[in-house]
Design a binder for this molecule. Structure first.
Ligand code: UDP
Length: 331
């Protein structure tokens, strides 16, 4: 049995039925904290939320839904994991992204101010950074998002900064995610996007024969093997960073921004080799032209999260692949 979170800290987990949110939920429950999950189930799955966890089906686009849930559960801290995340879709349909990610966010912060909810932990992205001049990328690197998705996240960051500057009782922690992968150890939850656009689940689907061929988007980049290099981070490590932030938001983590990555880069070809090794499966791979919006290399500096939160990622690429593989096989 899990305990309810203390009445001094009632947490609203927005997007708790989604991939990352449901992993956050497991980490909270492991630490004997039961949040309230708020999700519109547009992409989240109801069965990702264990029995006994309070669930509110609501939409951030509806100010009244947010007002109701904040009041009903006397929320004190919001952890926000709900957004539209497909980069090419954000290029094709930017208004959807500004509405889902920014307008909704304005509703959320407005309702939080009305209800005197003072704390937010917010999921941002490495897509806020400009083409990096320095790798690994520190948090104070230049910010120039290369697509509307990154732009929406940067706008939300700005809203948090301005709100905290205007109201001294309001505080935030922002996390900029690099490439999140993997699944929780005991199974039951994992990455389940529709459509799937992320590399690791797509390679695994190909290894399972659900796709005919793995398309590699570009092998003419200025990287050691010509394919794009990314910094992969296990979803459970990522969720653990949020838990540390929850404990430090009134102290050293107050109004801070942290990268969440491993400081290590793997190319698309290296990921393919690792999947073949970990799964023991071979599959066809074919080179394709570059995908619009992809940069050659994104690697996080995670020194700040280590120094301030004491966070160090514990799970490497093989673990991300093996845990995602166990999940993928059950799908
Ligand atoms: N990628 C690929 N084939 C795929 C999916 C992705 O070659 O089917 C590449 C993509 O071009 C990028 C890297 O894998 O260089 C990581 O892409 P992903 O979508 O997982 O994350 P992103 O870095 O775009 O957030």
């Amino acid at each position: 049995m899990t305990k309810k979170s203390g009445s001094d800290n009632n947490i609203l987990l927005i997007g708790g039925a989604g991939y990352i949110g449901s992993h956050m939920l497991r980490v909270l429950l492991e630490n004997r904290v039961t949040p309230v999950v708020f999700d519109n189930l547009s992409s989240g799955l109801r069965h990702f939320i264990p029995q006994g966890v309070p669930f509110f089906k609501g939409d951030l686009k509806d100010l009244q839904d947010i007002r109701t849930v904040l009041k009903k559960y006397k929320i004190t801290t919001v952890m926000h994991f709900a957004s539209s995340i497909i980069v090419p879709e954000s290029v094709a349909d930017p208004v959807k992204y500004y509405e889902n990610n920014v307008s909704s966010f304005v509703n959320l912060v407005k309702a939080m101010r009305e209800a005197k909810v003072q704390k937010m932990i917010f999921s941002s992205t490495a897509a806020v950074y400009a083409e990096p001049k320095k790798v690994p990328i520190p948090e104070d690197a230049e910010l120039v998002p290369s697509n509307p998705y990154g732009q929406t996240k940067l706008m939300c960051e700005q809203i948090l900064r301005d709100t905290a500057a205007a109201h001294k009782d309001f505080s935030y922690v922002i996390f900029r995610y690099f490439n999140v992968a993997g699944a929780y150890d005991d199974g039951g939850i994992g990455e389940s996007h529709e459509p799937e656009t992320h590399l690791i689940p797509i390679v695994l689907e190909t290894a399972l024969g659900r796709r005919d061929v793995l398309k590699v988007f570009g092998d003419d980049y200025d990287t050691p093997d010509g394919t794009c290099v990314r910094d992969y981070i296990h979803v459970q490590d990522l969720a653990e960073a949020h838990y540390l932030a929850l404990k430090a938001i009134d102290g050293k983590a107050r109004n801070q921004i942290f990268n969440l990555g491993s400081q290590k880069g793997f190319s698309v070809k290296q990921v393919i080799t690792a999947v073949r090794r970990v799964t023991g499966k071979d599959f066809p791979v074919k080179m394709f032209p570059r995908r619009p919006g992809d940069g050659p290399r994104l690697i996080a500096s995670s020194q700040k999260a280590k120094k301030i939160l004491g966070w160090v990622p514990k799970r490497g690429l093989d673990k991300m692949i093996s845990s995602a593989w166990e999940w993928e096989k059950t799908q």
